[in-house]
Design a protein around this ligand. Structure first.
Ligand SMILES: C=CC1=C(C)c2cc3[nH]c(cc4nc(cc5[nH]c(cc1n2)c(C)c5CCC(=O)O)C(CCC(=O)O)=C4C)c(C)c3C=C
Ligand SMILES: [Fe+2]
Ligand SMILES: [Fe+2]
Length: 355
């Protein structure tokens, strides 16, 4: 009886191995961890090159994400492939060309610098931890990065999406991409996912510090404009907390700077499509301010952890023109926190509890 059970057991084991081999399942899995911890930074992604073809590939992936555009799939695919991907890539490529650097897309170059500086700071602090990054769309992809990290021995992952304010189109979409890959793994790493840091004291301190430095250098402007990436108003009504988290970031930053209600305004930029987006809109607000005689503003973009098309082109250039053409004279763009010391220190403190 015992011998029979043993034979059945051996048979099942053999059958299991054969089936796993047959389906090619979990080839990346080893037995047991090899004990490496990795902090994985994630950002949105950017085209490989400022060309129409590369931008089309990037936008096709980005705008096909149901977290980003929440309209019925069939209708959206017809609009996306029939209209948007025929027109927008050429226009966007021209904009990308205007901000492209020798190191490539600013978003990519800055994310690499953030990775390097975070790795250096963590090792100076005595943490034996690997730091890497991937992009939600384009390269380096979530899938390839996770597979490489696994093969290099990571069995503990601390994921930090570099979106200060949680939003479903960004943060939840990053989570989707991670789990879409991990769902097929047999041996999962232990996983910590940081979903928001909109009110983290170090983030508020870093933002306030960069604004205060601008004020010290150039004087306090008549208005500080805190411009956040927008999203359709419908997302807010469906329960996305992003709008409220942005308002909280503003409140904490202006409190720290000691500003009064009259000193600042919160606005939303980067509209896309015909639907109503969160407001007030940045461009319309700047125009109205200039026309009211508020001719001296400083503008900062707290929803972006790295300078990118939306800040360097839309805010630094396009909206500067809007403001000056409406009668404004002094327009200062305060750069994102990028690889600044306080920003990297904030990242250290965000991941520290999980190390
Ligand atoms: C279509 C809807 C979009 C939503 C919703 C959206 C939310 C959202 N995006 C960011 C951060 C970034 N967006 C960037 C570019 C960008 N965003 C959209 C559309 C939506 N974003 C488009 C079509 C583009 C591409 C540029 C263009 O063709 O105009 C970027 C910059 C990328 C770069 O390469 O530099 C960032 C960063 C946030 C934080 C957010 C929700 C809160
Ligand atoms: Fe966006
Ligand atoms: Fe834009």
């Amino acid at each position: 009886m015992q011998r029979k059970r043993k034979r059945v057991g051996q048979h099942r084991q053999k059958q299991g191995i054969t089936l796993a081999k047959y389906f090619g399942l979990n080839k990346q899995q080893g037995h047991g961890g090899r004990g490496k911890t990795t902090v994985l930074l994630m950002n949105l992604g950017t085209p490989d090159a400022p060309t129409t073809g590369a931008v089309r590939r990037y936008l096709a992936e980005f705008l096909s994400d149901p977290r980003v555009v929440e309209i019925p799939k069939l209708v959206w695919m017809l609009i996306l492939h029939g209209i948007i991907l025929r027109i927008r890539p050429a226009k966007s490529a021209a904009l990308y060309q205007s901000i492209w650097t020798e190191q490539g897309s600013p978003l990519m170059a800055i994310t690499q610098a953030q990775r390097d500086k975070l790795a250096q700071k963590l090792s100076e602090n005595g943490s034996d931890v690997n730091v890497d990054f991937c992009m939600r769309y384009g390269e380096p992809s979530v899938k390839e990065t996770l597979r490489r990290l696994h093969s290099e021995g990571t069995d503990k992952l601390i994921v930090l999406p570099l979106y200060p304010q949680y939003a479903a189109p960004t943060t939840a979409s990053a989570f989707d991409a991670l789990t879409k890959e991990l769902i097929s793994w047999r041996y999962l790493p232990s996983l910590h996912f940081i979903n928001s840091y909109h009110d983290h004291p170090d983030y508020i301190a870093a933002l306030a510090d960069s604004i205060a430095k601008d004020f010290e250098q150039h004087g306090k402007p008549k208005k500080l404009v805190l411009s956040y990436h927008g999203m359709p108003e419908r997302n807010l009504n469906l329960g996305d907390p992003y709008y409220c988290l942005c308002q909280k970031t503003t409140r904490l930053v202006v409190e720290r700077l000691g500003l009064t209600d009259d000193d600042y305004i919160t606005t939303f930029q980067s509209r896309f499509g015909k639907a109503k987006w969160l407001g007030p809109y940045t461009d319309a607000s700047l125009e109205a301010l200039a026309k009211e005689g508020v001719d001296d503003v400083a503008i900062v973009c707290p929803a972006f952890s790295a300078d990118c098309l939306e800040t360097l082109e839309e805010i630094e250039h396009e909206n500067r023109d809007v403001f000056t053409q409406a009668g404004g004279s002094e327009y200062r763009y305060i750069p994102c926190l990028n690889d600044q010391e306080l920003h990297i220190q904030m990242m250290v403190n965000l991941v520290r509890p999980y190390l």
